[in-house]
Design a binder for this molecule. Structure first.
Ligand SMILES: NC(=O)c1ccc[n+]([C@@H]2O[C@H](COP(=O)([O-])OP(=O)(O)OC[C@H]3O[C@@H](n4cnc5c(N)ncnc54)[C@H](OP(=O)(O)O)[C@@H]3O)[C@@H](O)[C@H]2O)c1
Length: 232
């Protein structure tokens, strides 16, 4: 499969990219800073997903180099932990520019390449967060941007079903990555206690649902947001 994963320099995106490369797939990744992955089947684009011109450039290059895509995983995301009263307008817009508009623009460009796939059904998977159903204090803008992505999933799944493109989201509980490096262990522990499965989410916990949601086994699944760890 040709799989494009955004935000592959660190964290969840890097883990997924390395796994799919080991499984023999072609992986296209991106981040603002240079690649941290060296593999003959990996191609990195150094771009800022908040900039539509850079998103368009990446997909244009993917079309020239690979011709088609079988799956898009919108993984890159950012957050800040702030009371909304102390979240500057500039920060709020920066979060939406990546977490919502970066996803929307990537989807628009990817559809043109997903339609060229030889797979009977192709997939867009968006990474969301359990902070949405938890309505987590200190994360107003972050959760609003991810809620907007879940709305995108509902509408886009209907608009793309006729093209055999499925659109789903996967909501992650806390995982130790660069994104959560400043969150104290006691805060993480308190969040894990709110999950039905009261242990920290690991990368392999994420992998299974990702493989399912972009693979043939989920050919009849679209418009869904799956929350990991037993969170509602
Ligand atoms: N970690 C958690 O506990 C957790 C929980 C729930 C949901 N999530 C979600 O999971 C996803 C991955 O998070 P993570 O924890 O793996 O984060 P991470 O380690 O901070 O990785 C984010 C990746 O995105 C790239 N990126 C950031 N801004 C970008 C931009 N403007 N343009 C292009 N690339 C950009 C980063 O590389 P550069 O810095 O080089 O750009 C990096 O590769 C996010 O959508 C996040 O909201 C994470």
């Amino acid at each position: 499969m040709n799989i494009l994963i955004t935000g592959t320099r660190t964290g969840v995106g890097k883990y997924l990219a390395e796994h799919f490369l080991e499984s023999g797939h072609q992986v296209i990744g991106c981040s603002r800073r240079p690649s941290s992955i060296e593999h003959p089947k990996y191609h990195h684009h150094q771009i800022d997903l908040s900039e539509i011109s850079q998103v368009k450039r990446m997909f244009r290059e993917v079309r020239h180099e690979h011709g088609y895509l079988d799956a898009l995983i919108n993984n890159a995301g950012t957050s800040t932990m702030n009371h909304f009263m102390t979240t500057p307008d500039e920060t709020a817009r920066r979060i939406f520019d990546l977490n919502f508009f970066g996803v929307l623009n990537s989807c628009r460009e990817a559809v043109k390449l997903l339609r060229k796939s030889r797979e009977p059904s192709t997939a867009i998977l968006n990474i969301s967060t359990v902070a949405v159903p938890w309505a987590l204090e200190g994360h107003l803008v972050y959760t609003a941007s991810k809620r907007a992505v879940e709305q995108l999933v509902w509408v886009m799944s209907k608009e793309l079903a006729g093209f055999d493109i499925r659109v789903n989201a996967l909501g992650l509980p806390p995982v130790r990555t660069v994104l959560t490096r400043t969150v104290s262990q006691s805060k993480i522990d308190a969040l894990v206690e709110r999950q039905a499965i009261r242990r920290m989410c690991t990368m392999p916990d994420i992998l299974g649902p990702v493989e399912f949601l972009i693979g043939r086994q989920s050919a009849f699944v679209t418009g869904e947001t799956v929350m990991l760890g037993g969170v509602r």
